[in-house]
Ligand binder design. Structure first.
Ligand code: C2E
Ligand code: CA
Ligand code: CA
Length: 673
């Protein structure tokens, strides 16, 4: 234990000389915030009657946390090196502020602790503004550092010293690489200043700073110097990084999203790194069906699983993004041989093919893809993506569950298709469509009691075009909503006309799934049903089974509203879709139309046809067999109580006038009862 002085403070030699000095000198115990020793001049400065009184004062009592922190910093600076600071210090003896210029040095106490020796080197004659600015420099959290062109720092404010944990440093202590220092110095030499967001290293790990570097000269020597000002923006940067992550990622799968992909591809192009890259687009086969059947949560599970499996099957440098829905894109960067790309996608297909579990449900997903690559430096990704899309479309058309590599012929097909889209849009505006009518024969009376309206495009130069060549395009582009309305209008007008001519004919009209889902569809039906002479109960709407998939309560309600307006409902192409038979009886259905593929396969498809006939009887709907082409088919159906038949054996679809004449003239033997 060191000997104690009479005031109970640690004994300290080496201060005795100071007692005789004119300048104020005192020893400050940083740990306990007390003055240990003070000469007469110091006592006068602190307005203390004597040293004994001054040493009893608790200097920590009204000390601000920043000052306390700064003192700690000084202490560690002194421990590390023989540091010495000259600073303007405002003290408050008995509450009155006094600014003095003080030199601080380390002062080792006998008990080994580091205290601080303070020596006043002058009263401040500065203006109030200067005093305040000097104070601000001491207190601010902004780091301020002055460096000569070489060697250690010339000045660090307390915030800077706190950050780097020392009273002196060289540039390479805070910058992570020399390259950055060189770049900054070069920029300052060129522009006079440089500002950047950068990482600065410190003994405790460092952080992100808004750094400004200015060229100046050292006030003391006049030598060129660098003034660095750094504001800690680590939290801000983190928040921004999080925001960027969110903006670049797809929430469901955590894969990159469309906007990231776009930026990345732009960047590859700008840096001339695009050439040779392969682009693969793929989507999930019949994904809508998975959603409709098992719910959206199951759909989400499938997408997430596909994301994880695909990522795992790719190499680290490959980019995988989800564009939205069930659409994904893979980019294999840089040149590689075609076999590598095919291998990679095969690996992906294999991985995705394994069963996916959603709760207790086992789901199987396959994908269809299209692949193309950047052939030359002038090739743009936008074009390559489009080519991959075209190839994908090919995969879909050729039975799905495959990946097609783009070739130029496909491109031509697509150009044609685009021309078709443009022409169709114009055709809808010009109303270049008519309905042809195909008779339906009632087997019990031997008479034509109904017709199906089938749309035809009367192309100004190419003649009559059949719907299989344009309905799918209308479906995909959404044109079907307008075309569908046109068909309903034409059909209703024709039905009203026949009704007025006392021609008793039921008329059925086709409704596409997309049209059925459209919000305006019900309104359109309602408007037509209000027309004068509207033949209630004589217009039948043919929908496909897929329309009936989904929430059965909602669908039943929609169908009920349509029936209440005065329409009847038929299921078209029955047996080819995915009807859930358990709900069929809950829908207001008047007619099932057996798809012509079954009729064509009679008698081998007999059991299926028989099943549909029985089902029709069970739910009280009549059954119409489509595509009857032969006498044998007709007889087979007649023997089994099929209600109506439609097909080339009776007649093809024809214009309204011809059809009316045909209907009036038609006679055939009624089915023997
Ligand atoms: P769909 O509703 O199944 O119509 C029956 C199609 O089979 C018609 O072809 C008809 O001409 C044809 N067909 C009738 N009897 C026979 C036969 O004995 N043998 C053969 N091989 N074919 C026969 P079309 O008129 O070319 O229509 C094709 C499809 O286009 C229709 O199939 C329907 O899905 C769609 N479609 C036609 N008109 C419209 C419409 O106004 N709106 C919508 N959304 N789709 C329509
Ligand atoms: Ca039909
Ligand atoms: Ca049909």
């Amino acid at each position: 234990m060191p000997p104690e002085t009479k005031q109970g403070q640690p004994y300290d030699q080496g201060f005795d000389l100071a007692y005789s000095l004119e300048t104020a000198i005192w020893i400050f115990d940083i740990d306990h915030a007390r003055v240990l020793k003070a000469n007469e001049a110091a006592c006068a400065l602190w307005m203390a009657p004597n040293e004994a009184e001054l040493t009893t004062r608790d200097m920590g009592a009204d000390m601000s946390p920043t000052v306390a922190q700064r003192l700690q910093q000084y202490q560690s600076d002194f421990i590390q090196s023989d540091a010495r600071f000259t600073e303007l210090w405002t003290i408050y003896p008995n509450g009155t502020p006094r600014s003095v210029m003080v030199v601080y040095r380390g002062h080792r106490l006998d008990d080994g602790r580091m205290a601080m020796k303070c020596e006043v080197v002058g009263d401040s004659a500065d203006t109030a503004q200067n005093l305040r600015s000097a104070e601000a420099l001491l207190h601010t959290d902004v780091m301020i550092m002055l460096f000569g062109t070489e060697g250690p720092s010339l000045y660090l404010n307390p915030a800077a010293r706190r950050f780097c944990g020392g009273s002196e440093l060289v540039l390479s202590d805070i910058f992570e690489d020399q390259f950055e220092i060189d770049a900054i110095i070069e920029a300052v030499q060129r522009d006079g200043e440089q500002r950047r967001l950068t990482r600065l290293a410190s003994h405790s790990g460092g952080g992100w700073f808004d750094l400004s570097v200015k060229g100046c000269s050292d006030a003391a020597t006049g030598q060129p110097a660098l003034l660095l000002t750094a504001i800690d923006v680590s939290e801000l940067k983190e928040a921004r990084d999080t925001a960027r992550h969110l903006a670049n990622r797809d929430q469901l799968t955590n894969l990159h999203n469309r906007s990231y992909l776009q930026n990345h591809l732009d960047w590859l192009e700008e840096t001339n790194a695009a050439a040779g890259s392969t682009v693969i687009v793929f989507d999930v086969d019949r994904f809508k069906l998975i959603n409709d059947r098992y719910g959206h949560a199951a759909g989400d599970t499938v997408l997430r699983k596909i994301a994880v499996r695909t990522r795992a099957a790719l190499d680290a440098g490959d980019l995988l993004a989800r564009l939205g829905g069930d659409e994904f894109v893979i980019v294999l960067p840089g040149p590689h041989d075609p076999a590598t790309a095919l291998n990679r996608i095969e690996r992906v297909r294999q991985a995705i093919g394994a069963p996916i579990l959603h709760g207790e449900t086992r789901l199987d997903a396959t994908i269809s893809g299209g692949m193309s690559h950047v052939r030359s430096g002038s090739d743009h990704f936008a074009k390559v993506l489009r080519e991959a899309d075209i190839a994908l479309y090919h995969s879909k058309k050729s039975g799905r569950d495959q990946v097609t590599v783009f070739d130029v012929d496909m491109g031509q097909a697509v150009d044609e298709r685009e021309r078709l889209e443009v022409a169709l849009k114009q055709a809808v505006v010009n109303r270049e469509f008519t309905l042809h009518y195909q008779p339906r024969l009632d087997l019990s009376t031997g008479r034509i009691t109904g017709v199906e309206g089938l749309v035809r495009w009367e192309h100004p130069t190419d003649g009559v075009i059949n719907p299989d060549d344009f309905i799918p395009v209308c479906e995909e582009t959404g044109l079907i909503d307008e075309l569908g309305r046109l068909v309903l209008e034409m059909g209703c007008a024709q039905a009203i006309e026949w009704h007025q001519q006392d021609l008793a004919l039921d008329l059925s009209l086709n409704v596409s799934p997309r049209q059925f889902a459209d919000d305006d569809f019900l309104r359109c039906l309602d408007d037509l049903a209000q027309l004068p002479g509207f033949p209630k109960g004589q217009i039948e709407l043919e929908v496909t089974e897929n329309v009936l998939i989904g929430d059965p309560v909602h669908i039943a309600a929609k169908l009920r509203r349509i029936v209440d307006m005065g329409y009847r409902i038929a299921i078209d192409d029955f047996g080819t879709g995915y009807s859930n038979l358990s709900y069929i009886s809950e829908f207001p259905l008047h007619c099932l139309k057996i798809d012509r593929s079954f009729v064509a396969q009679l008698p081998s498809a007999g059991p299926i046809v028989q099943l549909i006939l029985t089902l029709g009887q069970q739910i009280g709907a009549k059954v119409v067999s489509e595509g009857v082409e032969t006498k044998d088919q007709l007889d087979w159906l007649a023997d089994r109580d099929c209600t109506e038949v439609q097909g080339f054996l009776i007649a093809k679809a024809m214009p309204a006038d011809t059809c009316a004449t045909f209907v009036k003239a038609y006679t055939s033997a009624p089915k023997p009862r």
